[in-house]
Design a protein around this ligand. Structure first.
Ligand code: BGC
Length: 340
């Protein structure tokens, strides 16, 4: 297809990439400059504000944890929030003020401790199951959040939606994400917005992402490979009990499986000039201790080598590296993440 046609198509759709798959470069793509995002090393504060109801999953992130996170060598926190559980179900989908004040405080504790704060809309499962019935609510919620936080410093990042899946397929998600970015831009012209692909934000899903023309977007992917290792015995993953005991020793083959995937993500980023974030990665705490430490250290190091900021999943859930009851770090996991 002639370049002129591509340019025209891009102009018509206001989308950045329109090359059909068979015309995408097969060799390592030509590098485009990838803007720096200010993110480097973070932790997810999961199972807290993303629980179906506050406190239901037993995690309470205390204000002092933000200080401890900063002191331990992290520069970012990602705060997953189930906003959809705290909004009216009818127009204008008003968010609950008491709940928003808890979110405000979390954001503020992060920012005051010098952390980048990623505010992430998590677990909107109803949207994944029936997109047409929920897009209005999704956009209305983002409209409210965007206005509420428009005066915050640039170190507050918005993440549109955790792990789109199900009926929210790539085409539907591409359409919706463009609308959400448009709404956010009316009150936050310059804020970084983070967007993962459909199919649970896998690396492969990057290929199907279509972004509006906008210089302040970050593409997110999540990394749990090999899944049978990282999610062995996870209560929410059917049949994962049979994976218990799978180790990760760091053989050449095991390492190559990981670096091949990270190279794929890195190649995509350079091809499009869009920065990346590995917004979740981690291994469940019940995995063999040495395997877990070796895997975590390797993945963090390899992402870092490619300039990909990472956010470990998570602080004190089933993948914990911190004991929220005693206030102690799992020192070997902390070293695995921060010593290189
Ligand atoms: C989910 C968590 C889960 C984690 C690892 C997150 O995106 O929200 O519930 O523990 O992924 O599977």
């Amino acid at each position: 297809m002639a370049v002129v046609t591509l340019v025209l198509l891009a102009a018509c759709t206001n989308m950045r990439w329109v090359e059909p798959a068979d015309e995408q470069p097969t060799a390592r793509p030509t590098a485009k400059p990838v803007p720096a995002t200010g993110l480097r090393r973070g932790i997810n504060l999961g199972n807290w504000l993303d629980a179906p109801a506050l406190g239901e999953w037993g995690v309470d992130i205390l204000p002092e944890y933000f200080t401890l996170i900063r002191q331990a060598g992290f520069d970012s926190v990602r705060i997953p929030v189930r906003f959809s559980a705290h909004a009216q179900t009818e127009p204008p989908y008003t968010l609950d003020e008491d709940f928003l004040e808890i979110v405000d405080a979390a954001v503020q504790h992060g920012l005051e401790n010098g952390l980048n704060v990623i505010l992430d809309f998590h677990h909107y499962d109803e949207l994944m199951a029936a997109p047409a019935a929920h897009v209005t609510s999704f956009l209305a919620i983002w409209g409210q959040l965007a206005e509420r936080y428009s005066g915050k410093p640039a170190t507050l990042y918005f993440e549109l939606l955790n792990e789109p899946y199900g009926q929210l397929d790539a085409a539907t998600w591409n359409d919706l994400l463009g609308k959400a970015v448009g709404i956010i831009r009316t009150s936050n012209p310059n804020r970084w917005i983070i967007i993962g692909g459909a199919d649970y934000s896998s690396i492969r899903a990057l290929q199907d992402l279509r972004f509006p023309v906008d210089e302040r977007l970050i593409a997110a992917f999540h990394f749990y490979e090999p899944f049978e290792f990282s999610h062995q015995g996870a209560s929410w993953v059917p049949d994962s009990g049979s994976w218990v005991g799978i180790n990760w020793k760091g053989t050449d083959k095991e390492k190559k499986d990981i670096t091949d995937l990270l190279d794929e993500a890195d190649g995509w980023s350079r091809q499009h000039g869009v920065p990346l974030m590995m917004g979740e990665f981690g291994a469940i705490a019940r995995a063999d201790e040495s395997s877990r430490r070796t895997w975590t250290s390797f993945v963090a190091e390899q992402a870092g080598k490619r300039g990909i900021p990472w956010v470990y999943w998570d602080l004190c859930g089933e993948f914990a590296l911190f004991n929220c009851e005693s206030g102690d770090w799992d020192q070997s996991m902390l070293d695995a993440l921060t010593s290189k």
